[in-house]
Design a protein around this ligand. Structure first.
Ligand code: PMP
Length: 413
């Protein structure tokens, strides 16, 4: 009978519990933990001794799964700048950048970014996630088009979802697929192509030297997320766009302070003459508190130091190439044929074996990231290794030995 309370009751198969949709993930997690493996997603760093060593489960562990590419987290100048700012400006701003949350240190950090990238404009956001969502959702509006690599980071997808633009993905790093999409879009429409310098799951770089001019040919603006390349790749550490000679053709470069810079925060730099209007219209900038002054001081100091870090960049390349070759020689399948960044991903046959190998490495005294879908492409389980410029040659030798023993013990090699 219609119109009664009984009619409004949910069918028996639907409990109405909003958590039901997470059941498959809960089941996968329980199945994995029932094998007795340590939970790979709740490791605690009990003490951090340096950018490359921490105490985990009471033992000294080499860190090979951080984004501390340039090893800036314990830099004495960075720490001193943070302590000074804490004493002089207090612990937080308690406000948005457009109200009471812009201190001289925020402006100085933006100046450091302008010096680093040689751009006219720099805007600091509270995280890299907010920089992507805040810029993408704002600049591409109704009737505009966003063309993005299908393997783009979650913050790029979320930025698209928060805006009104038409979203057109193309096959990962596929120049022809990009051109096909660009060709089909209406002439005169607003177009934004979003690329990443280095894709964080497999550690592969984008062919920006071909893609960026192609975007320009079709009248598209280009945004490149250089989160995993800033500081390390390119002559001045500006990223893959610099390395491949197309930096000046990019309209927006986005990045984060949570990787090479060694603290937290996000940014967008640009030479667009109207860029400053973003400060009034980007919701991810306006409607959240600004970063604490101590964070701004550490970031600015770190950025200015990594401008001049040629030796560190060379050492990081040397270590990345050595680890890539050694793991290949041991028989591991890696995400790229040649090393293209400081990320070296080891492809595991499945989640169970990946978790076993992850735990075996941890017992050896090595921490790497275990990455699984949806973060990974093509349903892959990955052991993601990311090197730091401060890993010594001896640590790399130790790491290779650990991989060999753990790989043999778990049957991965
Ligand atoms: N872009 C990319 C490509 C990333 O990998 C990340 C973080 N892993 C972000 C943006 C977000 O950076 P943040 O940690 O500062 O939010």
């Amino acid at each position: 009978m219609s119109g009664t309370g009984a009619d409004l009751k949910a069918p028996e198969t639907q409990s109405g519990d909003l958590f039901d949709k997470f059941q498959p993930l809960i089941d996968t997690r329980e199945k994995l933990l029932s094998t007795g493996v340590t939970d790979p997603f709740s490791l605690v760093m009990e003490k951090v001794l340096s950018p490359t060593v921490a105490i985990c489960n009471g033992r000294e562990t080499i860190l090979l799964g951080t984004y501390n590419y340039m090893g800036m987290t314990f830099d004495p100048d960075v720490i001193a700048a943070g302590k000074k700012a804490l004493d002089e400006f207090g612990s937080g701003t308690t406000g948005s950048r457009v109200l009471n949350g812009t201190y001289s240190l925020h402006k100085d950090c933006e100046d450091a970014l302008k010096e680093f990238f040689g751009t006219e404009h720099a805007m600091v956001f509270s995280t890299g996630y907010l920089a992507n969502t805040g810029i993408i959702s704002t600049i591409a509006g109704k009737d505009d088009y966003i063309i993005l690599d299908i393997d783009s980071h979650a913050s790029i997808y979320d930025g698209c979802a928060m805006g009104d633009a038409n979203v057109v993905p193309f096959r990962h790093n596929d120049i022809e697929a990009l051109e096909k999409r660009l060709k089909r879009l209406p002439e005169g429409a607003g177009k934004l192509v979003i690329l990443e310098g280095v894709y964080s799951m497999l550690g592969d770089a984008a062919p920006l030297s071909e893609m960026v001019p192609l975007c320009k040919k079709y009248g598209a603006m280009v945004l490149v997320d250089e989160a995993h390349s800033m500081g390390f790749i390119g002559e001045n550490g500006r990223g893959v766009a610099e390395e491949q000679g197309v930096f000046d053709q990019c309209d927006f470069i986005i990045g984060t302070f949570s990787k090479s810079v060694g603290t937290v925060g996000g940014y967008c730099v640009s030479n667009h003459p109207k860029f400053e209007i973003m400060r009034l219209v980007s919701r991810g900038y306006v409607f959240t508190a600004s970063l604490p002054p101590s964070v701004m001081a550490t970031a600015a100091t770190s950025i200015r130091k990594i401008m001049d870090a040629k030796y560190k960049r060379e050492h990081l390349w040397k270590n990345s190439k050595r680890l890539h070759k050694s793991l290949t020689d041991l028989g591991f399948e890696l995400g790229t044929k040649e090393p293209q960044s400081a990320i070296i991903s080891v492809i595991m046959p499945d989640l169970e074996r990946g978790a076993m190998m992850w735990e075996a490495l941890l017992r050896e005294g090595l921490y790497v990231n275990l990455a699984r879908p949806p973060a990974t492409p093509a349903g892959m389980t990955l052991l993601r290794c990311s090197l730091c410029a401060l890993h010594s040659d001896e640590q790399v030798t130790e790491i290779i030995g650990m991989f060999e023993r753990a790989g043999k013990a778990t049957g991965c090699i």
